[in-house]
Structures are given as C-alpha cells and as structure tokens.
Design a binder for this molecule. Structure first.
Ligand code: HEC
Ligand code: HEC
Ligand code: HEC
Ligand code: HEC
Ligand code: HEC
Length: 501
C-alpha cells in the first residue's frame, strides 16, 4: 500500500450517518427475543456486559488500572511480544474497517451493540466501561478508549482469563466473548509450575484448548442468535478436532510448522524437530519444549501495514504465505453433451482447520480465475477477471457465503444478517468444484487452461462504503495457479504448477 493511501486510510476512521440512520431493526416472531419497551432483550441480557457474554470474575468492578500494558511484558517476554505486536489482535480496536462498521452499528442500533462489538475487539474497554463514541471523529464518527484498552486483544486480555461463561448462553457454545477476566497479580497460562519474580503464575488448561479461542471466534447475532461467524464450530466437527489439533497448533506457530501439522495430522509438539523450543521468558530458569509464536496470523495482509504498526510487514508476509499454502487446485477437461468441452476446477481446502474462507465468509472473497486460450491465441473462455473497478466479474465462481436480512435482501452489516442465502465455503480437507463450458474450434490443435485462485479481504465496494471512495485499493493475493496445455483429443501435453511458495 502506498503511503498516500495509508494516510488516507488512517484519516477515514469513522463513517456516514445518513444511511445508518435510515436502518431499522425489528425481531421476527420466530426469534427468541423479547421486546421490552423499545429495547431488544437477548437471552444473555442477564450478563453484566449484555448482550455480550464477557464477565469479570466474581463480578468485580474493573478499572483500567487493573490491566497492564503489553510494553511491560515485552521486557521479559520479547518473543511473545514480537509475535503479538503487528498481529490482528494488536490492532483489533484500531482497525479502521472495524471502527467504521462499529460506528454504523452504533448509529443504526442506538448504542445497543456497543458492548457486543466491543467485547471481542476491546474486552478491556468494555469490561471497564471506558469506550466512548465520538461522532466528531473522522468523517462519520469513531470510538476512543484509554491506551490499555486500545491495545485490542492484548496479553492481559488472554492471560487474565480464568473461565468461560458460555454455559449461560443461548446456544451453550463458546462465543460472543464468553470469558471471565480476573486481572491482578496472577497470569494464567499453559505452563506447569512456572515461577516469575514479576507476577504470580497459575496453570490454566483452558489456554491449551480451542474452546478458549472459540470464545471470540464464534459470533452469534445477539438478538436473533444466527451464527454469523462460526470458526470454532467448523473446527469442532473437523478432522483436526478429531486428531486433537487445536487452533493454537496452527496460529501460534510459524506457517511452515502449521503446514506440517496439517499434512502430518499431528500436534505441533509431536512433530519431529519442530525447532520451537526455548525459554518462555528471558530470565526463565528452564527451557520449554515449545514456545508459542503469538503471531495469530490468518489471511489479513491489509490492516496492520495500513496502520503502520511495528512488525506489520512480517505479519503481512506470513499472512500471504498462509494464503498461498492453504489450498490445492486440480482440473479436468472432458467432452460434454452436444460436443462442447467441459472444464472442472477442483479447489481443495488442504490446510485450514476450518472452512475456507472462515469467519467473515460473507465479506472475504476467494474466487477462481480461468482463461482458456487455443493455439491460435483465441480466448475460448474467461471467468473471474478483476475489473478496472477492482471488483470480481459477477459470473465468477466465488467461494463464500451470501448473507441476507430477514426480508431476504443482501446485506453485510452484521446486525442485519438473519441467514445465509447461499453457502459455498469449503470444509477442512474437503473440496468444491467449479464447472465451465467452452467450444474448441475445429482448427485448434491444442489449447491452454490457466487457473488461478485469488483472495481479497473485502470487496472494493465494501471498502469504499466503509472507508470512503478511493481511500484504499484492496490488494489481491494470488493463492495458487495451475496451467495445463491439452491437445485436441483432450490429452494433457504440458503441466505447470505455478504455486509461489
Ligand atoms: C465474538 C467476538 C466478536 C464480536 C462480538 C464481534 N466481532 Fe468483529 N471480528 C471478530 C473476529 C474474530 C474477527 C476476525 C475474523 C477474521 O479476520 O476472519 C472480526 C472481524 C471484524 C471485521 C473485519 C475487520 C477487518 O479488517 O477485516 C469487522 C468489520 C468487524 N469485525 C465488525 C464487527 C462489528 C460491527 C461487530 C458488532 C456488530 C463485531 N465485529 C462483533 C470478533 C468479533
Ligand atoms: C489471543 C490470546 C493471547 C494473547 C493476546 C497473548 N497470549 Fe500468551 N498465550 C496464549 C495461549 C492460548 C497460550 C498457550 C498456548 C498453548 O499452550 O497451547 C499462551 C502462552 C503464553 C506463554 C507461555 C509460553 C509460551 O509462549 O508458550 C507466555 C509467557 C505468554 N503467552 C505471554 C504472552 C505475552 C507477554 C503476551 C503479549 C505480548 C501474550 N502472551 C498475548 C494466548 C494469548
Ligand atoms: C520481570 C520479568 C517478567 C515480566 C515483566 C513479565 N513476566 Fe511473565 N513470566 C516471567 C517468568 C520468568 C515466567 C516463568 C517462565 C517459566 O516458568 O518458564 C513468566 C511466565 C508467564 C506466563 C506463563 C504462566 C503459566 O503458568 O503458564 C504468562 C502467561 C506470563 N508470564 C504473562 C505475562 C504478562 C501478560 C506480562 C505483562 C503484563 C508478563 N508476563 C510480564 C517473567 C516476567
Ligand atoms: C478476546 C477475544 C479473542 C480471543 C480470546 C481470541 N481472538 Fe483471535 N481475534 C479476535 C478479534 C477481535 C480479531 C480480529 C481483529 C480485526 O480484524 O480487527 C481476531 C483475529 C484473529 C486472527 C487473524 C485473522 C485474520 O483475518 O488474519 C487469527 C488467526 C486469530 N484471531 C486466532 C486466534 C486464536 C488461535 C485464538 C486462541 C488462542 C484467538 N484468536 C483468541 C478476538 C479474539
Ligand atoms: C490445521 C491448521 C489450522 C487450524 C487447526 C486452525 N486454523 Fe485458522 N487458518 C489456517 C490457515 C492456513 C488459514 C489461512 C487461510 C484462510 O484465511 O482461511 C487460517 C485462517 C484463519 C482465520 C482468518 C480467516 C480469514 O481469511 O479472514 C481465522 C480468524 C482463523 N484461522 C482462526 C482459527 C481458529 C479460531 C481456530 C480454532 C478453532 C483455527 N483457526 C484453527 C489454519 C488453521
């Protein structure tokens, strides 16, 4: 991203009022929501930060002074700090795309979603009641929070978590920030018998479980309970869950290790020569067999670099590597009915522990780009081209879900989503097939098929809506490419796997 774009992106935290103000929300009769006066009451409304499931242990009243800044941890935990700083967790509050969507939610719902959205993106801000909406910020409004809360999902969010709260939720599943925080002297983590002169330590089995991540990586609509994002639930029914491989084994280790985890279907700690041993703190008296990376790298290569935070470039490179190693492509050409040629492109989710894409499946875009050219240079088929407006052609095979509101109208605003009209994501170790037809000219001796799998974090129209027109050009990542030349009898004469590793 160019510097000018970056500056503009930073300026545009916030958004429009007009559109938001005209949005109305009402619950359907079949939804488990009670309407009291003009307030919507979700089943989890008895929680202290309702409609979120976030809680303070023993219902303590928390203040920002109860939490520590990650900079303090850096002195003794440089390895964890380096991974975390520049991760999406470190920018979860500042993220301009999030801030924009949250401001829209705030305006549309009259503040009823402040706790909901904030509880995962700034748990400290919500738990201490210190987040403020400032309509004068940026163009359309934005949120402020004290520094320690603006650090998003920070060390002290995760390492003060003592238990889950989802037993009280409508679904009984982890989600909507179903964690109880107990900040103070003690840091809770995965080490047995660990000793630190700076803080007390306490072993926590919860931290070694996918359920811990699931607290924030499952999102239920707080009023209609629709599972808008369900990364944890996808994982739970996957072969990875069956093999006992939690999120931590892929997202708290380098990409190369995560690839081995997926290929060998083994836990990271059980891989031969994983090389991740070391000290959990600089002055620790002992070595650990595996120290966790804390990079939490997914597919987002846009936001941290746009904000210009420390280590953002490393995270961007890792995110691109992850995207380029998650899927496999295959293809097949045969003669169909009526003599036309049929092309089938198979997209395999080889290495993600959940669907591909996951979470914001209605915003993230993964699509197949196909070109078939004959030996005369004639283009016989073209699909999935990125237009001059940086948007995918409408006929493209897109891997994702289409979200609609209760009236069936397309929407990507989380508070309006009532269901998915189309579901087309790829389950772990599963695949989807894109089918195309073209007609080979009689004089063609051979033809070439070029297939690419591409990723964009957001549709350009969504970015324009949230950040302002031309504020940012959403970058595209080429995930995989495969090229094959066939003769007129449909036999492969040349194969090239153009994967960039
Ligand atoms: C249960 C936790 C949780 C809640 C509640 C939540 N989010 Fe998020 N949000 C996430 C996670 C996790 C991601 C990252 C998913 C990913 O990158 O695939 C995310 C990502 C986003 C993004 C995309 C950011 C980007 O740069 O790509 C937006 C926008 C967003 N959330 C807006 C909202 C709004 C608005 C609300 C309230 C209506 C909300 N979120 C409530 C957990 C939550
Ligand atoms: C999103 C939650 C999350 C955040 C943020 C986070 N951690 Fe962790 N941390 C974990 C989990 C989970 C583990 C245990 C992983 C396992 O054993 O499977 C862990 C492990 C650790 C350990 C034990 C040694 C190791 O690395 O395995 C230390 C020390 C630690 N974290 C410190 C930190 C510090 C310092 C920060 C901030 C710079 C931080 N953590 C941020 C979740 C988090
Ligand atoms: C003065 C040095 C120092 C500082 C500062 C420090 N720690 Fe630690 N921490 C340690 C040592 C030493 C250990 C023990 C490592 C071991 O047992 O191998 C440790 C262990 C941990 C563990 C593992 C606990 C367990 O039982 O699994 C976590 C989590 C942790 N620290 C988090 C933090 C966080 C969060 C901060 C910042 C708020 C922080 N630490 C600041 C020195 C420090
Ligand atoms: C307190 C809530 C919370 C917890 C706990 C949490 N996350 Fe997150 N996570 C988030 C939010 C919020 C974001 C998205 C920030 C954004 O996009 O603005 C996120 C982003 C991520 C991303 C980056 C997604 C991308 O698009 O690149 C990964 C990967 C991730 N989390 C993995 C984990 C794992 C693994 C754990 C458990 C060890 C975990 N998270 C625990 C809230 C949480
Ligand atoms: C076998 C390895 C593996 C496991 C296990 C795994 N993931 Fe992932 N995850 C990946 C890969 C590879 C990607 C990058 C491709 C993508 O974006 O889907 C990814 C992407 C993500 C993203 C970003 C999605 C996006 O593009 O916006 C989030 C968030 C995430 N994972 C969270 C989790 C959580 C939470 C768990 C556990 C419930 C988990 N992952 C388990 C490999 C894994």
């Amino acid at each position: 991203m160019k510097t000018t774009q970056r500056n503009r992106m930073m300026l545009v935290i916030g958004l429009f009022g007009g559109l938001a103000a005209s949005l109305m929300y009402s619950a359907g009769a079949d939804e488990p929501t009670k309407v009291e006066g003009d307030k919507l009451v979700a089943p989890s409304m008895t929680q202290p930060f309702a409609p979120s499931m976030l809680a303070a242990a023993n219902n303590r009243k928390l203040s920002v002074d109860d939490f520590e800044d990650p900079q303090k941890c850096k002195t003794c935990h440089p390895r964890q700090f380096k991974g975390w700083m520049g991760s999406m967790h470190s920018v979860a509050f500042k993220d301009p795309v999030f801030q924009a969507e949250w401001a829209l939610a705030e305006k549309a719902m009259g503040g009823q979603l402040l706790n909901h959205c904030g509880s995962c993106h700034t748990p400290i801000g919500i738990a201490t009641g210190t987040v403020k909406f400032d309509p004068s910020l940026g163009k359309h409004g934005g949120f402020t929070a004290p520094k320690v809360a603006a650090e998003g999902v920070s060390c002290d969010v995760c390492h003060t978590a003592v238990r889950t709260t989802h037993a009280q939720s409508a679904s009984g599943d982890p989600g909507n920030a179903s964690l109880a925080l107990n900040p103070g002297e003690t840091k809770y983590g995965p080490l047995q018998n660990s000793v630190s002169g700076y803080h007390e330590t306490q072993y926590s089995e919860l931290h070694t479980k996918a359920e811990f991540c699931g607290s924030c990586h499952n999102i239920f609509h707080p009023f209609n309970q629709f599972p808008i994002e369900h990364t944890y639930d996808e994982w739970k029914v996957s072969p990875y869950a069956q093999a006992g491989i939690p999120c931590q084994d892929c997202h708290m280790v380098p990409v190369e290790t995560s690839m081995r985890v997926a290929d060998e279907m083994k836990r990271a700690k059980d891989l031969e020569e994983h090389g991740l041993g070391g000290k959990a703190a600089t002055k620790a008296k002992r070595e650990q067999s595996l120290v966790h990376d804390h990079g939490f790298v997914g597919g987002n290569a846009v936001i941290a670099p746009a904000l210009g935070v420390e280590n953002a470039e490393e995270h961007k490179i890792e995110a691109i590597k992850r995207l380029q190693n998650v899927a496999e492509l295959d293809m097949d050409v045969r003669t169909g009915k009526g003599g036309a040629q049929e092309l089938r492109v198979k997209v395999i989710n080889a290495r993600a522990g959940h669907h591909l894409p996951t979470s914001l499946t209605f915003i993230r875009q993964i699509w197949v780009d196909v070109t078939v050219t004959d030996d005369q240079g004639k283009v016989l088929l073209r699909s999935g081209e990125l237009g001059a407006d940086n948007r995918i052609d409408e006929e493209a095979f897109v891997i994702g879900n289409k979200s609609v509101d209760k009236y069936g109208k397309a929407t990507v605003n989380p508070w309006e989503i009532a269901r998915f009209e189309e579901m087309n994501t790829i389950p772990p170790k599963g695949y989807r097939t894109a089918k195309y037809a073209f007609k080979l000219p009689a004089d063609a001796k051979s033809f070439k098929v070029d297939v690419k799998l591409n990723y964009m974090s957001y549709d350009q129209a969504v970015a324009d809506k949230l950040l302002g027109k031309d504020a940012v050009k959403v970058p595209m990542v080429e995930m995989k490419a495969l090229s094959r030349t066939y003769d007129a009898a449909l036999k492969v004469v040349e194969l090239r796997n153009l994967a960039q590793r």
